[in-house]
Design a protein around this ligand. Structure first.
Ligand code: GLC
Ligand code: GLC
Length: 824
């Protein structure tokens, strides 16, 4: 059945155009690229923060509110007796026209009512700590319009966590200053903070409000603030309670006339000894300077053009033309965009992640990096160093760290035994993209302790060793608190609902709990590590500090990898698929012998990617089993059959109702693992059909209502076949799915794979694929690669580079522009 549509793609502008404000869920976008960030929904809801959504929240937001998504940056327009907002909310006055265009780091929301059009462009200019809101009001009627315009922002008292719980304090600390058309939020500035925020407009104002209760009224709502409804600002000065910022402007528009207003939400930091310009008066020098940079339409338009150019350049690095719009728009625009967003935010701030719960994950960030490294390699490089700095001397590591301090998070600690391997995964991707082996030479501390530095290479080595030193009775990796699946808690054994499944380890002494997922991950990253050591042994890049016999190291690790392969073949195979794990007592998990959850996706993905037992038919059987037991209309579920009861030896996984999250949900993140397994096995038709099922542009076409969340990005989880509503999506935006979808399509399906010495060409396609061209910037080179599949799913027959035949499948790297033709 055709479902209702709420919008469509505009590929030329790289936008998703929402045409109905009442989307099935708020459909959001992200503004900002480095330090200052905002979340914005299609009705202008959301909030802003500086670097860290928990510790430096600038504007307030109430999650899971009623109505949903209430609070944000609002413009109220009072035209006679009608009060309306360009984004429909919060007044919800029916509009004559509504449109929201989410683009690359900007959002434009336009509304029209009674002959007035209001269009707001929201973005964070590059390198600026501010959100620009350029409002254009246009009189399209034949009469003169006398409008009353009110802006609105609500300040958060900086720490988003205490902001929503410590009211005995909060209601007394709020402080503001007003100067001309600028409202300053200086709460806690008198004591330990050296930062403040401001909200400015580049026009004279005829009034303002800074106290929420005075502006809204205690018994009113954002939908009908008293000051707005009466058309009269109160000029209130907040003392404690809840400070806000609202400008009041009277606007006269002749027929056909339009006016721009530039609103600016900024953030400033001052030196300790320059905090004040007079007792109690904050030093506004930097605010004035920032405002001066963005106080005219021309300046703002220039900053916007720069942002667009920035995205042009980023999206020019990998561009495909297949003739299939649904594929091209995901590869060229939205998948890459989502990769940038997840790289920036890890799992901290979305409409499902509250910004107070989690910092940057060790494993998450290493995976995110693989989707991002081609865009801005220096940022990926820094990220690798930051992540490695939270490792411990034994190779274990903090599971998360806080972006503001870059320090490991003690609340959650370590003990997730897959974590170390991901450092190799991320670092190898970085070196292959850039050819920059010098990163291995960087001196990186343990647990951020100065004086403990060793080379990054040494960190990789101890990461491998951490797995080898933590093997269980079957010579498979001990799982620790959990592997990639945070909810398979085999040493937790909890009957106490107040204990966290992630951090509680009631029984690890004597554990036999082993993970086949880590086994596969170890083989994949171990092979990478061996290849890296061999490169280093060749002497081409012998700059790694200290003494290491790389040839011997390669041999040592190859043995460990071989041993792991043997262990998986011997103890990890169930006959039709790979086992998932052994529990605390050494009993099988994910076996045909089990009552429920006989098969899991993670070990199928990793062991097929590792090609363990391919020669014995294991890979093909495992992939077939995924199709048979895990696949459904909307993707592959995590396990099957779903758990129907809580098993305390297994932990959180069995706590979820059937079909949700880690209990047989379609956890999109791990679908690409199987797809890559399919690609390595050369099964292009199967790879494609799995891929298209979770590709947003395909879902967009068919299931906008059912899917519920944004149709232009992947979400973490889609309800599985056992759920109440299979196909319903949740937890959009911040998910490892982004990077894995990118890695899968760019390197394994389209087959353009960066390698140390060049680009490896090895596509795996459905047999219906037609010729396509990829333009790939790579280091100092630019390749235009045309692939002629000729009906083949896999297998490159011949390659020419600038007309000359190439031996093998690697195009050797050389700077400059090149034309490549590939016959399959
Ligand atoms: C979440 C976590 C990730 C974990 C996954 C599976 O996405 O961020 O670290 O691997 O869930 O549990
Ligand atoms: C919960 C979620 C899982 C996530 C974890 C992070 O267990 O189910 O997806 O990885 O929290 O702490």
């Amino acid at each position: 059945m055709e479902q209702k549509r709420y919008g469509h793609f505009d590929d030329q502008h790289r936008e998703y155009v929402i045409t109905d404000p009442q989307t099935p869920w708020p459909w959001i976008n992200y503004l900002g690229n480095e330090d200052f960030f905002s979340l914005i929904s299609n009705t202008a809801g959301g909030y802003s923060f500086y670097k860290d959504a928990k510790f430096r929240r600038i504007t307030r937001y109430r999650y899971n509110n009623v109505p949903m998504d209430n609070g944000g940056r609002y413009f109220y327009i009072k035209d006679g007796d009608t009060v309306w907002n360009p984004g429909w909310k919060p007044c919800k006055t029916p509009l004559d026209f509504y449109e929201c265009r989410h683009g690359m780091s900007y959002t434009r929301i336009s509304g029209r009512k009674n002959g007035v059009e209001a269009s707001v462009l929201f973005f964070v200019p590059l390198k600026k700590w501010a959100e620009v809101q350029k409002l254009t009001l246009k009189n399209e009627s034949k009469e003169v319009k006398q409008l009353k315009l009110f802006s609105f922002e609500e300040w958060c008292l900086w720490n988003a966590a205490t902001d929503m719980e410590n009211f005995q304090r909060n209601f007394s600390t709020g402080e503001v200053e007003i100067e001309g058309s600028t409202i300053y939020h200086k709460t806690e500035y008198r004591e330990r903070r050296n930062h403040y925020a401001f909200y400015h407009v580049n026009a004279p104002i005829q009034g303002f409000d800074t106290d929420r209760e005075t502006f809204v009224g205690l018994y009113n709502e954002f939908a009908d603030p008293q000051a707005v409804m009466e058309g009269k600002p109160r000029n209130s000065h907040a003392h404690g309670w809840s400070p806000i910022a609202s400008h009041y402007i009277e606007v006269t528009l002749q027929p056909g006339e339009s006016k721009d207003f530039v609103f600016l939400l900024g953030y400033i930091e001052n030196e300790q000894d320059e905090k004040f310009e007079a007792p109690q008066v904050i030093n506004k020098k930097k605010a004035h300077a920032l405002i001066a940079e963005l106080d005219t339409t021309e300046k703002v338009d220039k900053a916007f053009a720069a942002l667009c150019e920035y995205w042009d350049a980023l999206l020019n690095i990998y561009k495909v033309k297949t003739g299939n719009d649904k594929l091209d728009r995901m590869v060229n625009i939205w998948n890459q965009y989502q990769c940038m967003v997840t790289f920036n935010f890890s799992r901290s701030a979305s409409f499902f992640e509250s910004g107070v719960g989690r910092g940057m994950g060790f494993r998450d960030s290493n995976q995110d990096l693989v989707g991002f490294v081609h865009q801005i390699p220096p940022r990926a490089r820094q990220r690798i160093i930051d992540i490695a700095s939270t490792q411990f001397p034994d190779g274990g590591c903090y599971h998360q760290y806080q972006p503001l301090t870059k320090r490991g998070n003690n609340d959650i600690g370590g003990g997730f035994n897959d974590d170390p391997c991901w450092l190799i995964f991320g670092t190898v991707a970085y070196i292959k993209e850039t050819g920059d082996f010098s990163i291995l030479d960087e001196m990186v501390p343990f647990d951020n302790q100065p004086g403990t530095e060793v080379t990054l290479f040494e960190h990789l080595k101890i990461s491998m060793d951490h797995v080898i030193k933590n093997l269980g009775p079957h010579m498979l990796p001990l799982i620790g608190r959990a592997d990639w699946n945070d909810c398979l808690n085999l040493n937790c054994f909890s009957w106490d609902p107040n204990e966290s499944f992630q951090t509680t380890e009631n029984v690890s002494e004597g554990t036999k709990a082993e993970s086949l997922m880590i086994a596969g991950l170890f083989v994949v990253t171990g092979k990478d590590y061996v290849a890296l050591c061999q490169k280093l042994a060749n002497g081409q890049w012998s700059m790694v500090n200290g003494q290491c016999d790389f040839a011997a190291e390669a041999a040592r690790m190859q043995q460990a990898v071989d041993a792991m392969i043997e262990a998986v073949k011997k103890h990890g195979w169930d006959g039709e698929w790979y086992l998932r794990a052994y529990d605390f007592y050494g009993r099988k998990i994910g076996s045909n012998e089990c009552e429920e959850a006989k098969i899991f996706i993670e070990s199928q993905g990793w062991c097929t990617m590792a090609e363990i037992g391919a020669e014995d038919g294991m890979v093909a059987k495992s992939l077939d089993s995924c199709k048979k037991y895990l696949e459904c209309e909307h993707g592959m579920v995590l396990n099957n059959p779903a758990f129907t009861k809580y098993i305390y030896e297994y932990g959180e996984i069995s706590s979820y109702p059937e079909g949700y999250k880690e209990n047989a949900g379609i956890f999109c993140h791990n679908n690409p693992w199987v797809i890559i397994g399919e690609c390595l096995a050369g099964r292009g038709n199967d790879a494609w059909s799995h891929y298209a099922k979770i590709l947003p542009s395909y879902v967009e076409e068919k299931y906008q209502t059912l899917h519920k969340v944004e149709p232009y990005v992947n979400c973490q989880m889609v309800a599985g076949k056992d759920a109440f509503k299979p196909g319903e999506g949740k937890n959009s935006w911040l998910t490892g799915t982004a990077a894995w979808m990118w890695y899968t399509v760019s390197e394994f399906i389209l087959g353009i794979k960066p390698d140390y010495d060049g680009i490896r060409i090895d596509p795996c396609l459905p047999e219906t694929a037609s010729d396509y061209t990829v333009c790939r910037k790579f280091r100092e080179a630019e390749y235009e690669i045309t692939i002629h599949p000729n009906g083949a799913q896999k297998g490159v027959k011949s390659i020419t580079l600038d007309g000359q035949p190439v031996n093998g499948t690697i195009i050797p790297y050389s700077a400059g522009k090149h034309i490549v033709e590939v016959m399959m």
